[in-house]
Write a protein that binds this ligand. Structure first.
Ligand SMILES: [Zn+2]
Length: 236
């Protein structure tokens, strides 16, 4: 069993990532920095506490982009508190949330937030459902979303595939690949290859591969194709 010590950090010139936490069924929370820009990736429970400590209120209010890999609670559990905190602290600049198309959790949280605070939201929230996985540039960072395979159990006993994305973030000639939650898939293999840092989940704790998470062996095999890799989302 891999013992993870969070936070995990990587930094090269002015490009960095800090993974505050990535524990299956509990929480994920990641901060990406590119020059003066900060992005939040997968705001799970605790993200507000971690960001407040890491960058302080002023910088938190300046954050304009959130990227969500999929809607499972351990990846979006902090969205409500984040949106509410930014309202209480009177954020003025817009906040864009990127998420996989048809991720019902993000849209539901947003609509509930909008309903509850309709008269006191101080900033604009822009929802960007990613339908096409073309790359785009925002705040000098090139973002390349890619589809991954992630499923969830149904109460009837079956499984269903959930809308799920990984993201490659490139800045100043360097690339970080964040796979999100995923089974072993060709898209991840392709996007992790040769990157400066691959952040890969190894959430399946058995040797037999499944359609939800990668085994340690699968994650390592992909990680070795990158210059450096972190294994995250490992069951504790
Ligand atoms: Zn998940």
């Amino acid at each position: 069993m891999l013992e993870q010590k969070y936070p995990l950090s990587w930094k090269k010139k002015k490009f960095s990532i800090k993974i505050f936490c990535s524990i299956p069924n509990i929480a994920t929370g990641i901060l990406l920095k590119a020059g003066d820009t900060s992005f939040i990736i997968d705001p799970g429970d605790g993200i507000l506490r971690d960001l407040n400590k890491e960058i302080g209120v002023k910088n938190l209010l300046g954050i304009s982009q959130v990227f969500v890999s999929h809607g499972h609670h351990d990846h979006v559990g902090g969205v409500w508190s984040l949106l509410t905190y930014l309202r209480v602290m009177q954020k003025k600049t817009p906040l864009t949330i990127y998420y996989p198309n048809e991720c019902v959790e993000i849209e539901s949280i947003f609509h509930a937030f909008e309903k509850v605070y309709s008269h006191s939201i101080t900033y604009k929230i822009v929802l960007k459902a990613i339908k096409k996985t073309n790359s785009f540039v925002t705040k000098k960072v090139t973002v390349k979303p890619f589809p991954v395979i992630h499923k969830e159990h149904l109460h009837t006993g079956g499984t269903r595939q959930v809308p799920a994305l990984g993201y490659n973030f490139s800045f100043n000639g360097m690339t970080i690949c964040y796979g999100g939650d995923t089974a072993y898939c060709e898209d991840l293999v392709k996007h992790a290859k040769g990157v400066d840092l691959a952040v890969l989940e190894a959430g399946h704790d058995e040797e037999t591969p499944d359609e939800m998470h990668m085994t340690m062996k699968e994650a390592v095999s992909i990680g070795k194709s990158a210059k450096k890799y972190f294994l995250v989302h490992v069951p504790e």
